[in-house]
Design a protein around this ligand. Structure first.
Ligand code: NAD
Ligand code: UDX
Length: 456
């Protein structure tokens, strides 16, 4: 094998990313290690730990050939030429910066493991999303080794989105690699460029200094989330004025300087990245003495929280100011379609608020039910987990659509309507169903950012 590649962290990023590298670089041996032995066992089984379209096929093609999932972190480090670090970097929940700053304890542990186990030089690649200037701390820990070893650090943030991870990895808009502006740093950077160039066109491989690369990842996520909060803020105004947020987004997005993507009004953005990365940016701005810049970006998160709260308030208002003891069917719990991931899902916030109002919930999701059970394990109130949307809606006063699964567009809504309490309500947090058709069936229909269709 030409190169030994190791990835520390077998999560939503490390698992799929390394599978695609193994697939596209058959002359490299790729090993993914993790402290979580259950997760590694799942990666080695027929039931992978995450659902991602196309992932099973790639893993089946390469596993046992040049792709290995293992708990042997020490052995993996010793054998590696290039080490990707793809551990979780959640928001800190304690001490200084709690609620905003990134918790870098997992990252630091990996750096210390590399120092402990390595017995030759290695390129260390930051794949996790990190605060700008983390590579400086990484380098200092790595260079503290007493074995005279060199560990040039590169930043290579990952831009995949869940649900489309495999195609994003196989055909990325860009690959970003940042390196130290030293001969050693540039040599390491060129080595990583060569790896990606095996399947990514050269013009899509961007190289920058380390700090630009680290910061670009936070900025990309902040800009994407900002678009969603912007259009969601306008959805609130549309509901007051009978403007239609889809018409507004389409009209504004036709300007080539604005563009049509990521202007889909919704219940709000979820996922493990947007909120955490913006708060990380906010913390950095505060740390560097820029409170106005911090407040500007924090508003993106506040607007997102407002959108979920507003959705629940609209539900309660429409249902005669009480949902107490009313059964409400929750269609979808994942933070977006085509994933079982529920981290920061707006569905979770909505469910908690409805439970506080003493509603009874029946939740259906094609892939996220197990995660929903974990997320709501400590919630107070009555929750049923259903294996079909028909079961969830039976006897319900209302349906709340939380995730844009395609199957919700194709259900037999006549059958659903017939089995619901009347008047029957549908609150479409993703604007994915045919509102006029549902209204004609007899539903009272509440979209986001569009006029509600109500029988009087
Ligand atoms: P994850 O929680 O799914 O996976 C991280 C894995 O790292 C876990 O399995 C954990 O057990 C393991 N780990 C932690 N400490 C370890 C250690 N010391 N040694 C070995 N393994 C260790 O997280 P994720 O969603 O894959 O995200 C990883 C990073 O990538 C984060 O920084 C995230 O911000 C970033 N990112 C995520 C996405 C996404 O869509 N999920 C996209 C781009 C970037
Ligand atoms: C995001 C970034 O897109 C990706 O580049 C980065 O690497 C990780 O974070 P992800 O969180 O997996 O990816 O999914 P994404 O498609 O960005 O959706 C995030 C949330 O925004 C979802 O809840 C989605 O439903 C919501 N969304 C997205 C909207 O509400 N409206 C839109 O127009 C787009």
């Amino acid at each position: 094998m030409k190169k030994n590649i190791l990835c520390i962290g077998a999560g939503y990023v490390g698992g799929p990313t390394m599978a695609v590298i193994a697939d596209r670089c058959p002359d490299c041996k790729v090993t993914v290690v993790d402290i979580n032995s259950e997760r590694i066992a799942a990666w080695n089984s027929d039931n992978l730990p995450i659902f991602e379209p196309g992932l099973d096929e790639v893993v089946k093609r390469r596993r046992g050939k040049n792709l290995f999932y293992s708990t042997d972190i020490a052995g993996g480090i010793k054998a590696a030429d290039i080490i990707f670090v793809s551990v979780n970097t959640p928001t800190k929940t304690f001490g200084a910066g709690a609620g905003k700053a990134a918790d870098l304890q997992y990252l630091e542990k990996t750096a210390r493991s590399i120092v402990e186990y390595a017995d030759s030089d290695k390129i260390v690649v930051e794949k996790s999303t990190l605060p700008v200037r983390t590579a400086q701390a990484m380098s200092r820990i790595l260079q503290s080794n007493t074995k005279n070893l060199n560990f040039p650090v590169l930043s290579n943030p990952e831009f995949l989105a869940e649900g489309t991870a495999i195609s994003d990895l196989e055909n990325p808009d860009r690959v970003l690699i940042g390196g130290m502006e030293t001969p050693e740093g540039q040599a390491a950077l060129n080595e990583l460029v060569e790896l990606y160039a095996q399947w990514v066109p050269r013009e899509r491989i961007i190289t920058t200094n380390l700090w630009s690369s680290e910061l670009s990842k936070l900025v990309a996520n902040a800009l994407l989330a900002q678009r969603i909060s912007s259009i969601n803020s306008i959805s609130a105004l549309c509901e007051k004025t009978e403007a239609n947020v889809y018409e507004v987004a389409a009209a504004a997005g036709r300007d080539s300087r604005i563009g049509p993507k990521f202007l889909h009004a919704s219940i709000g953005f979820g996922g493990s990245c947007f909120k955490k990365d913006i708060l990380n940016l906010v913390y950095l701005c505060e740390y560097y003495g820029l409170p106005e810049v911090a407040a500007y970006w924090e508003q993106v998160v506040k607007m997102n929280d407002f959108q979920a709260r507003r959705f629940v308030q609209n539900m309660i208002g429409a249902m005669f100011n009480t949902v107490s003891a009313k059964k409400i069917a929750i269609f979808g719990f994942a933070f977006k379609a085509n994933t079982g991931d529920t981290r920061e899902s707006p569905a979770c916030a909505v469910c908690h608020q409805l439970l506080e109002e003493r509603a009874e919930l029946s939740i259906y999701d094609p892939k996220a039910l197990e995660n929903a059970k974990i997320d709501l394990a400590n919630a107070q109130g009555r929750i049923n987990y259903c294996t079909s949307p028909y079961e969830a809606a039976k006897g319900a006063h209302a349906i709340a659509i939380m995730t844009e699964w395609n199957e919700f567009k194709e259900l037999d809504y006549q059958r659903i309507f017939d089995n619901m309490e009347k008047p029957a309500f549908i609150f479409d947090g993703r604007n994915i169903v045919d509102h006029q058709y549902l209204y004609e069936l007899g539903f009272n229909v509440y979209p986001i950012g569009k006029k509600s269709l109500v029988h009087v």
